[in-house]
Design a protein around this ligand. Structure first.
Ligand code: MG
Length: 250
């Protein structure tokens, strides 16, 4: 079977708005060779926003070739036949969800983003009550904080841990390096893991996550990469440019 690709966005294809790692040449070649790939990011920005960012950098990536945690969650909801959700997130995030928001009797709780909404104690308590009623909770992020102005700010993952502790349960994460996110991406690619190559600059989320999902991880020397990262995942290959991926395709 022909190999398919999952390619990380930030630090692998783009540095801010600039194309890196010969990504322009790579996507031209990908089109010419009819390569099947998904650009896979942990950002909950919409695929349209991501497509626009890529096109500013001169990269023509079609929208169906972009996957974010919300697309993976939608794929999960469809497979499970779930028809309504209590959605926690900004308007821009909530509109990406394929089922309607339900305040009273949701079939699932979706934690997309906590920090921008400034959730109160009573909102957390509402989610905790849903948990006690047996409503499953899943999240788009497990990141406990993000950096802003040199300071750590509480992020969605911190509240996920709070709810896990209070509810004595594990909340499934749909963000790299989670297996759930990789499995949905493989489902969308319609490809067994052994035929998928994952390329990224983060040895843990991209490469170790890929290997855990049964895919082949390739570490690229850019973005978050630090010298010696390749030694953290035994036996992995390292590349300096996306065009080098071609030699792993057979
Ligand atoms: Mg990255």
């Amino acid at each position: 079977m022909k190999k398919k690709l999952l390619i990380d966005l930030d630090g692998t294809i783009l540095d801010g708005t600039l194309p890196i790692n010969q990504s322009r040449e790579f996507f031209e070649k990908a089109e010419e060779l009819e390569m099947e790939f998904l650009v896979m990011t942990n950002s909950v920005k919409s695929p349209l926003q991501i497509k626009r960012r890529l096109s500013i950098a001169g990269l023509a990536v079609p929208m169906p070739s972009i996957i974010n945690p919300i697309i993976a969650i939608n794929s999960y909801l469809k497979r499970k036949g779930i028809r309504s959700a209590y959605i926690v997130g900004s308007e821009q995030e909530a509109v990406q969800v394929c089922v309607p928001h339900n305040e009273r009797l949701p079939e699932i709780v979706l934690l997309l983003d906590f920090e921008k909404e400034n959730l109160s104690y009573s909102d957390l308590q509402d989610i905790f009550l849903f948990q006690q009623q047996g409503v499953p909770v899943i999240t788009a992020s497990a990141s406990p904080f993000y950096l802003s102005g040199g300071r750590k700010q509480l992020d969605t993952g911190a509240f996920v841990r709070l709810l896990e502790a209070a509810g004595n349960c594990e909340i499934d994460v749909f963000g790299k390096p989670s297996l759930s996110y990789y499995n949905e991406a493989l489902d969308i690619l319609d490809c067994p893991p052994e035929d998928v190559i994952v390329i990224g600059d983060d040895w843990r989320t991209d490469v170790q996550g890929a290997e855990n999902a049964g895919c082949r991880g390739l570490l690229i020397r850019s973005g978050k990469y630090c010298r010696g990262d390749e030694e953290k995942v035994p036996g992995i290959d390292v590349i300096d440019s996306l065009t080098e991926v071609l030699r792993f395709m057979e």
